[in-house]
Design a protein around this ligand. Structure first.
Ligand SMILES: [Zn+2]
Length: 256
């Protein structure tokens, strides 16, 4: 698992599967863990990594309710979970979905976990709104479209945007929500991307603001083409693998 320091108060790890990112953010004496790595050894080493960096994790945040972002409890079993109201709603309305999908992943790759995933009932955060971490204040923005729920986290003093499953250098926009909501989220993220030194996508290593802005333009163009031409829409040049074409085919079906 790769770990990089983006700022004295921000450390990001990237999982060896799906390149799922996990962001540790510190304000004064407290830290939050946003999203999670996936593999058991990565989750096991996370508390030591946080401690060595001087981050005391007191809470978990999830950008959205997809299973691959919800595994922080394996690393910090006591920490409460905070998320957007939309995400808390999804967790309530789809009970056991994250556990089931995690189990399917683990079974297909013969992965063993120390225990089943326990998810505490989530604390609903005001989105848009602000959230204190120690003496720092995070800004939360709604980020839906990829799924019907979600939030992005702006860390103003570090100029880091943790955006959830948007602006990925490795994955085209994946529509499980709606294309129009996705485009609205891109528009909402755009001014933050312009100010950002670093952007942490849900999947793929952290990128600088200029690269994220370029991906934002590509993703907007892709979604507009998808709405207009469906399956015939062209994929972003650097994201045309077989897996991305498979995601594209599902997107085309969804907007048809
Ligand atoms: Zn994801």
């Amino acid at each position: 698992m790769r770990a990089v320091g983006l700022h004295a108060d921000v450390v990001v790890t990237t999982s060896r599967v799906y390149k799922t990112t996990c962001t540790l953010v510190r304000g004064g004496g407290e830290a939050f863990c946003i999203d999670s790595p996936i593999l058991p050894d990565e989750l096991e080493i996370l508390p030591a990594l946080a401690q060595q960096a001087g981050f005391t994790v007191v809470g978990l945040l999830a950008t959205h309710a997809d299973w691959d972002h919800l595994l922080g409890r394996y690393a910090f079993p006591e920490a409460p979970l905070g998320c957007a109201e939309t995400t808390a709603g999804r967790l309530v309305n789809e009970p056991g979905a994250a556990q089931r999908e995690l189990r399917e992943f683990d079974e297909s790759f013969y992965v063993e976990r120390p225990r089943p995933l326990s998810l505490p009932s989530a604390q609903r955060l005001p989105v848009p709104g602000k959230l204190e971490v120690g003496d720092g204040e995070l800004e939360l923005q709604p980020a839906d479209g990829h799924t019907e729920d979600g939030m992005a986290v702006w860390i103003p003093w570090a100029r880091v945007l943790v955006c959830g499953d948007y602006l990925s250098p490795v994955e085209i926009p994946m529509l499980k929500g709606s294309a129009s909501a996705y485009l609205a989220t891109l528009a909402r993220l755009e001014p933050l991307v312009e100010q950002a030194d670093h952007v942490v996508p849900g999947h793929g290593a952290p990128i600088d603001g200029a690269r994220a802005a370029a991906i934002l333009r590509e993703d907007r163009a892709y979604l507009e083409a998808l709405l207009e031409h469906g399956e015939a829409a062209k994929l972003p040049l650097a994201r045309r693998t077989a897996e991305q074409r498979r995601i594209h085919a599902e997107n085309a079906e969804r907007v048809a």
